[in-house]
Design a protein around this ligand. Structure first.
Ligand code: NAD
Length: 473
């Protein structure tokens, strides 16, 4: 029997939920069961798999309230949880619509006239998904749905910090026998994640760089593909000609949505020095309008910091910046209210790259603003970071925006908006630098990551080969 793990409630600080990780032997048995189910699942064909997923969707819709309530308890925030459930449901529709075409084999000629090619693809039998706590449902299903449609079985290990949504989701899953045989969510912490990698054929990991290293090493030992979606420290560059009202609204949203607990949150803002003062004054005015979702969950827009460990990191980054001369214009501290950890939208100036707040992932509603004098300096500052997830550029010249965007080392650049990466499902993107590794999960290619390509090379005439057999003696 594994040791139970107590789970903290982000609003009350009370440990009011318990999970019991499966012992390694039981986990292996579960993986074995899923592998057996996968053989039938693959044979079912894409239309059969779509039928099963659509049936699951109907059950989820009928149990949506319970699922949302569990997610709200996990995260302490309401409207984002509702959006998260909606996005999960619509992702089932999206992938069901795309899958038939994506899974079609093709027949082609080759460079040799009498050899035809049939291009097919074979799903990896068992895919492992390990996910973080900031969007618990969305990030544990974002790879799961396309992998299932590709014909794989999937085992998911969500974060031990936000596991309450698993029980209602499993209740819905258990009503669809075909899916129950190929999909399972297991509870547990890092050790269960590490054990799971030992039993799968491909691993999709979303989480920190630190854990990403461990996952990549374990996958390399096993010689299995690892898709890593890791942290970010997204910059926004605001050029002199930018529409300030638009820029401050977009940047504020992208910095503080989900309390800044998003890999693609804007965490550094570089502003042309001629508009610097006006920019941060506007940002402060708008930031003041946002309220904490406390004492009630509907009191405001800013939810609690979900992870206690993250609250300590945010506090550490703030203290480090303040001790090095940063000036706080609003917010500025992590406070305990009713047992939860909270941080108001925080605008900071007099910051530099000697501070953690400008170089390490903070994952809170923090907006450090720094002036620049030339565009080249702004680009250098944006690239002076180990992360390369996404970024934003604001200017009224689209041509200049694209020129700047081309020079930023990141996989997605929003132009005259920010944080679009979390809203747009089209457009393939790779993480740069330490923000990740492997093919794009976004765009139709996301599903193809779960297939191994197979070429059938078919001889279409009856000539013997190689050529020397044709020289009759
Ligand atoms: P984390 O790395 O601490 O944990 C992520 C998951 O890995 C959890 O389920 C955890 O139990 C598991 N884990 C821990 N040790 C493991 C091990 N040795 N082997 C296998 N699994 C192990 O990350 P977190 O704090 O939960 O999440 C926050 C991080 O996730 C941030 O850095 C954030 O930027 C990143 N993130 C990235 C994206 C993206 O798409 N790039 C999206 C969301 C979050």
């Amino acid at each position: 029997m594994s040791k139970p793990i107590e789970v903290r409630n982000p609003r009350t600080g009370k440990f009011d939920y318990v999970i019991v990780p499966p012992p390694p032997k039981l986990l292996s048995q579960q993986c074995h069961r899923l592998r057996r189910g996968q053989i039938i699942w693959q044979k079912l064909g894409v239309e059969g798999r779509i039928t099963a997923l659509k049936a699951w969707k109907q059950v989820i819709l009928s149990e949506r309230t319970l699922l949302t309530e569990a997610l709200v308890s996990d995260t302490g925030r309401l409207s984002t949880s509702i959006i998260e459930v909606d996005s999960f449901i619509s992702s089932i529709d999206k992938w069901c619509n795309l899958a038939p075409q994506l899974l079609q084999g093709t027949a082609k000629n080759t460079s040799i006239p009498f050899i035809a090619l049939q291009q097919t693809a074979v799903p990896y039998a068992l895919v492992g998904v390990i996910s973080p706590w900031n969007f618990p449902l969305l990030l544990s299903t974002i790879d799961t749905i396309p992998a299932l449609l590709a014909g794989c079985a999937v085992i998911v290990k969500p974060s031990e910090i936000t596991p309450r949504f698993v029980a209602p989701l499993m209740t819905t899953l258990n009503t669809i026998p075909q899916l129950r045989d190929v999909l399972n969510f297991v509870e547990g912490a890092g050790q269960t994640g590490a054990d799971l990698i030992e039993d799968v054929d491909l691993i999709c990991f979303t989480g920190s760089i630190e854990t990403g290293h461990l996952v990549a090493e374990a996958a390399a030992q096993k010689f299995i593909p690892a898709f890593l979606e890791l942290g970010g420290k997204d910059p926004a560059i605001v050029l002199e000609s930018a529409d300030l009202d638009l820029a401050t609204s977009a940047i504020l949203w992208a910095s503080v949505a989900n309390t800044g607990q998003s890999c693609s949150a804007i965490e550094r803002i570089y502003v042309a020095e001629s508009i610097f003062e006006e920019f941060y004054h506007q940002l402060v005015t708008k930031a003041h309008q946002l309220k904490l979702a406390y004492p009630t969950i509907e009191s405001g827009e800013i939810g609690p910091i979900i992870s206690e460990k993250q609250a300590a990191i945010i506090n550490d980054h703030l203290q480090d910046a303040i001790s090095k001369g940063a000036v706080i214009h609003c917010g500025g501290k992590v406070e305990e209210l009713g047992g939860g950890w909270w941080c108001r939208p925080t605008v900071i100036t007099k910051v530099s790259h000697s501070m953690k707040i400008m170089t390490e992932e903070t994952f809170g509603p923090i907006m450090p603003v720094m002036p620049f004098s030339t565009i080249e300096e702004a680009i250098n500052l944006a690239n002076d970071c180990i992360y390369g997830l996404s970024a934003a550029v604001f200017t009224q010249s689209e041509e200049l925006a694209i020129e700047v965007a081309d020079k930023i080392e990141a996989g997605v650049i929003s132009i005259n908006d920010a944080g679009l990466t979390s809203l747009i499902n089209e457009g393939e993107r790779n993480a740069f630098k330490f923000s990740g590794l492997g093919g794009s999960r976004i765009g139709t290619i996301g599903l193809k990551r779960f297939l191994r390509k197979k070429a059938l090379l078919i001889k279409t005439n009856s000539n013997k080969d190689p050529w020397w057999f044709n020289d009759e003696v």
